[in-house]
Design a protein around this ligand. Structure first.
Ligand SMILES: [Zn+2]
Length: 125
């Protein structure tokens, strides 16, 4: 999920977190994964991505409170603002096969996938 989102679409998803349920940690986990890929490609997003990742990890049933939820909403909103600066940019994700499924690492501007050693050889014909 969110693999094909543009930066703006992912930002909208982050902004809509505030309208969701504080118990829906599944969507937070997916947003964490998706924004982590963007932070790998755009290092200036790393601090805000990490803030969101930490906030959502405090949102488990045993630790969550009104305060942790407000931190999730606020950090998601800050990350959305930073992501939106990339507008309609899409992340080019590696489509090679690996032992655990499609690689899906963000590809650098040029050069090979950083996880190329994990790619499986193309199937023989
Ligand atoms: Zn790859």
């Amino acid at each position: 999920m969110f693999e094909d989102c543009t930066a703006a679409e992912l930002a909208n998803a982050l902004d809509s977190v505030r309208h969701g349920s504080p118990e829906n940690t599944g969507i937070l986990s997916l947003l964490d994964q998706a924004t982590l890929r963007w932070a790998m490609r755009h290092p200036e997003l790393v601090p805000r991505q990490q803030a969101f990742a930490q906030a959502r990890q405090a949102q488990w049933p045993r630790t969550r409170s009104e305060t942790t939820w407000q931190t999730v909403v606020a950090s998601a909103s800050k990350l959305a603002t930073a992501l939106r600066e990339h507008g309609d940019a899409e992340l080019r994700l590696c489509q090679e096969r690996t032992g655990w499924g499609t690689c899906h690492l963000p590809l650098p501007k040029d050069g090979p996938c950083r996880s190329a050693a994990e790619h499986l050889p193309a199937p023989a014909h």
